[in-house]
Design a protein around this ligand. Structure first.
Ligand code: PHE
Length: 342
């Protein structure tokens, strides 16, 4: 048999070969592609081929080698796919799944939700406003005109492309938004994030959360406010009594700071209240008639009270946390501790 015929026979064999498993495929590889493969000796035969046929012979060699390589790669892919299929058939659908890690609520959200639900129980509804607020709602409508010194106490972040827009410094602008869009009776609770231009430390942060409350109707008195806040203090802290100290806010008159009695039973109470037994919780007061009028509500007919409290400070107290920055660092080792408190 000439070298030509032998090569042609090998090419045929390669084309019709069909190894059924990995072992047969390996034999195919050794026979046609291994270091001692059967094509190699025929390459040497080129010197016995007449000159005018050398070109054809060379091409036939190349075709045979490529056919072997192509076949090997195709068969290998085929066998691998088949193996995967049979793995899939062995998949046990009744086996227990990979456990999903459950998240937990953020301590700030837990505290805020508690406050909101305490007020919802006595008929307050949740109201909302934007965190990027305009100057009018944040300051002017809250009785703090442009040159009022009280603006210094709440320095904030302004937007570069508009001197009218700022990050709200408190949730009080939701008061103005509610009063300008609806007439009394008004009974809202407004939780949300606020911002101030303050140096971040263990006690203060440039972003924090507040809950605002507003109650406006005919004949609402200071006594109504006191009773409502006492109810809150009892529900939230189990406090038996509250104390109102005279204070000042531009948008309430008279204004007060409310403290709750946490007692002096233990070291912790003593530390939290600085030895007085009283814990400062929120600012409050009767809505200034000027604010009512600015927002389109008849101050001769209606009166009301408002209050606003910071959430971080309360959460620090409730959970005995030493540093406000933990709330914003998103360290799961910290957050995980509140998983059972939701
Ligand atoms: N907005 C005030 C603050 O951030 C709190 C407050 C709200 C006081 C409503 C009185 C009435 O300090």
């Amino acid at each position: 048999m000439s070298a030509f015929d032998q090569l042609n026979a090998l090419l045929q064999e390669i084309k019709s070969a069909h190894p059924q498993n990995a072992e047969e495929l390996e034999q195919f590889r050794i026979r046609f592609l291994g270091t001692k493969n059967v094509i190699k000796p025929l390459m040497g035969e080129i010197k016995t081929v007449p000159n005018e046929q050398k070109k054809d012979f060379g091409q036939l060699i190349n075709r045979t080698v490529s056919a072997a390589e192509a076949k090997f790669n195709a068969l290998k892919a085929e066998l691998e796919a088949a193996a995967e299929d049979s793995d899939a058939q062995h998949l046990d659908l009744t086996a227990p799944g990979e456990p999903l890690e459950l998240g937990s609520r953020h301590p700030i959200a837990i505290t805020m939700n508690r406050i909101v639900s305490i007020f919802e129980r006595i008929g307050f509804v949740v109201a909302d406003g934007p965190e990027i607020e305009d100057d009018w709602h944040n300051f002017t409508a809250m009785n703090t005109p442009e040159d009022h010194p009280a603006r210094d106490m709440q320095d904030t972040f302004y937007l570069l492309n508009s001197t009218e827009m700022l990050l709200r410094t408190h949730t009080s602008p939701v008061q103005a938004r509610t009063m300008t869009s609806q007439q009394p009776p008004i009974r809202i609770i407004a939780p949300g994030r606020v911002y101030r231009n303050e140096t971040v430390s263990a006690r203060s942060h440039c972003q924090f959360h507040q809950v605002e409350g507003l109650y406006i109707d005919e004949g609402v008195s200071f006594a109504d406010m006191k009773q409502t806040l006492l109810y809150f203090a009892k529900e939230m802290f189990g406090a038996p009594k509250i104390r109102l100290r005279p204070s000042f806010f531009p948008f309430t008159e008279p204004s007060a700071e409310m403290d709750v009695w946490i007692g002096m039973d233990n070291e912790r109470n003593y530390r939290l209240s600085k030895g007085t037994g009283w814990l400062e919780i929120m600012g409050c007061g009767m809505v200034d008639p000027d604010v009512l009028e600015m927002c389109g509500i008849d101050s001769k007919k209606y009166s009301g009270f408002a209050f606003g409290m910071g959430i971080e400070r309360q959460a620090l107290r409730l959970y005995d946390i030493g540093d406000i920055r933990y709330f914003f660092e998103n360290d799961v080792r910290f957050l995980r501790q509140f998983a059972s408190a939701m």
